[in-house]
Design a protein around this ligand. Structure first.
Ligand code: HEC
Length: 132
């Protein structure tokens, strides 16, 4: 085998490992920080729960922007911009990038629930979303 072929193979393996590992990495890191096991049903319940936003007096849910059917595009509540579907079956880009996941958890939990999500909540939500 030529050296360049070997290098290419090696790089391909590496990329696959990194991609496949990222959600498991999230789960492991949440558990290191004290979360228990994760429950997709609980994830669905909290994804759909309405939380009163005191300033506007309106109830907010994750679906406000991501829509009710997560295999379809959503619509941003503030900007009106289209948001690509959240379900990995409809949008293979989803739940691949740990940094992106954490960045949006931070913003969206604050906007929707008025506080940060706990590691338990994040794990439950990801275990729900990953099966869609
Ligand atoms: C105000 C609108 C809005 C609300 C409400 C909202 N999101 Fe999001 N969310 C976004 C936008 C915008 C993005 C980034 C654009 C994109 O990825 O399509 C995003 C992306 C994400 C991602 C990144 C997923 C990935 O791998 O690409 C996660 C996780 C997420 N949101 C979780 C939540 C959770 C949990 C809630 C409820 C607590 C929520 N979102 C509510 C607008 C919202």
């Amino acid at each position: 085998m030529k050296f360049s072929t070997m290098l290419l193979l090696l790089l391909t393996c590496f990329a696959v490992v990194v991609e496949a590992g990222s959600l498991d990495e999230r789960f492991a890191s949440y558990q290191e920080k004290g979360a228990g096991s994760f429950d997709p049903q609980q994830g669905q319940i909290i994804w759909q729960q309405g939380v009163l936003h005191t300033k506007s007096g309106k109830s907010r849910t994750c679906g406000d922007c991501h829509g009710d059917d997560l295999t379809k595009p959503g619509k941003h509540q503030k900007s009106g911009k289209t948001i690509e579907p959240m379900a990995p079956s409809a949008n293979p880009q989803r739940l691949k990038d740990g940094k992106k996941i954490e960045k949006w958890f931070k913003r969206n939990c604050k906007w929707t629930w008025g506080r940060a999500c706990t590691v338990q909540e994040k794990g439950d939500i990801l275990s729900y979303l990953q099966q869609l």
